[in-house]
Ligand binder design. Structure first.
Ligand code: ASP
Length: 439
């Protein structure tokens, strides 16, 4: 059995953290392929190495002296190397990086050095082979992952290596220059590696013990989620949960490999399992609650709307024309409501209204802003009576006015619209009824 383990920046921010990671890897010989991030923050006032690299490269682009900024980055690595008593020098690597910076190797190249150098240290520390991600992970001409080529080359390469470190976050672009994923992209690398080696599990080590049922900034010490399906996670992440990069689920999901989110600072905690499907039911009926403020509802009325062929398409074209994506679309017999993101919509509101009038000739259009959407997600809803009833009676008891309700036909989630001002109270009320009282 093979496990692929990815460690986030806070797990690798210092020599002490590296030592914890070394212990975790050595405790299980199935942990054969390791994907590190760049060193993250050591404390709340610290700066991530990736951010230092971006700032340093800004100096390069402005033709300013970048040497001091680069030496500060080298210091971060040297402190780790010395703290681990390694006989390793990054002198030559930094000479190469300086040269490449002078030749304007690109901002992605600059950012990628964070994981590249951390990978070299990690490989040296563990006695594993170092595999440069630029040799095994490929992007196509549009800048998207070339999944097929990557899977083949990476799989073949790792087949011959018993234990390896593959730095996260970057690969090789179609133009032969280094490219990165979007921020937090080491999660994606871990998933790609897990697929390529047919791992039995992808362990994603971070600084929390997995996903929580609700946002800890709103709920004090919320319960942890033990098992969540990919689809549930998608419903929740879409509303703002941020433990795992969204794109990280795709490679492993296709291959049926589960992800286990684990805490480097509490390795004995079970963490959260993300799986394709499960018979394990959550103790609370619901799996999680997530939400986001800042939506606008666009209410469109027209008599006999239900009988007009193509009405929905015309309305949606108005949004498309103006480059606006919509979030939800509940409807009635003569009404249709489109929820859009307020910051995206504000500047274009009048243009959208006139497009709707031109394309769909509605009777009236009304806007309401400062709305929040809350997703209550749970695979258990399908087989439980009264879930919606409990949600709405909890909200009524908390004096919260529900402005919109949308239950997906998969019965996996219920979306509730409330005003921004009620957002936190609504989440507390729903959490209480399902988790605290477990009625
Ligand atoms: N170091 C990169 C970032 O800060 C990628 C990652 O950590 O996953 O976004």
């Amino acid at each position: 059995m093979i496990k692929v383990v990815k460690f986030g920046g806070s797990s690798l921010a210092s020599a002490e953290q590296f030592a914890k990671v070394g212990k975790i890897i050595n405790a299980d010989k199935e942990r054969r392929y390791v994907v590190p991030s760049a060193p993250g923050k050591r404390n709340s006032k610290d700066t991530k190495v990736t951010d230092m690299l971006y700032a340093c490269y800004e100096l390069v682009e402005a033709d300013e002296d970048f040497r001091v900024a680069l030496m500060k980055i080298k210091d971060r690595y040297d402190t780790i190397i010395n703290g681990l008593n390694l006989k390793l020098s990054l002198e030559e690597e930094f000479k190469k990086i300086t040269e490449n910076f002078k030749n304007k190797a690109g901002v992605d190249y600059a950012a990628s050095r964070g994981e590249y150098l951390n990978g070299i240290i990690m490989a040296n520390y563990l006695g594993y082979e170092f595999v440069d991600a630029a040799e095994v992970i490929f992007f196509d001409e549009e800048g998207n992952l070339d999944a097929e080529k990557t899977d083949k080359v990476l799989g073949n390469r790792l087949k011959k290596i018993e234990r390896a470190v593959i730095p996260g976050f970057y690969g090789m672009g179609a133009d032969g220059r280094v490219r990165t994923f979007s921020r937090g992209g080491s999660d994606v690398t871990g998933s790609i590696v897990a697929k390529a080696v047919h791992a039995s599990c992808y362990e994603n080590w971070t600084d929390v013990s997995g996903f929580l049922v609700a946002d800890p900034r709103i709920i004090d010490h919320p319960a942890a989620i033990k098992t969540i399906t990919y689809r549930e996670l998608r419903e929740l992440s879409y509303m703002g949960a941020s433990v795992l990069h969204e794109d990280a689920v795709f490679p492993v999901r296709k291959a049926g490999i589960p992800i286990n989110i684990k805490n480097t600072n509490a390795p004995e905690d079970e963490g959260t399992w993300i799986v394709e499907s499960t018979c394990h039911q959550s103790k609370y009926t619901i799996t999680g609650i997530a939400g986001k403020k800042g939506f606008v509802s666009v209410n469109i009325d027209k008599d006999m709307m239900n009988a007009e062929v193509g009405f929905g398409r015309k309305v949606l074209s108005a949004f498309e024309e103006n480059g606006i994506s919509f979030e939800h679309m509940p409807s009635g017999i003569d009404t249709m409501t489109i929820f859009v993101h307020q910051p995206e919509f504000e500047g274009k509101e009048q243009a959208v209204i006139s497009s709707i009038h031109r394309l769909a000739q509605p009777d009236s259009i009304e806007l309401e802003g400062d709305l929040a959407l809350i997703a209550v997600v749970g695979r258990g809803m399908k087989s439980t009576r009264g879930t919606a009833g409990r949600i709405f009676s909890a909200l009524a008891h908390a004096n919260i006015n529900v402005k919109m309700i949308d239950q997906g036909s998969s019965e996996l989630n219920i979306i509730i619209g409330v005003s921004n001002a009620d957002f936190e109270n609504a989440i507390r009320a729903i959490y209480d009824i399902f988790v605290e009282t477990q009625l």
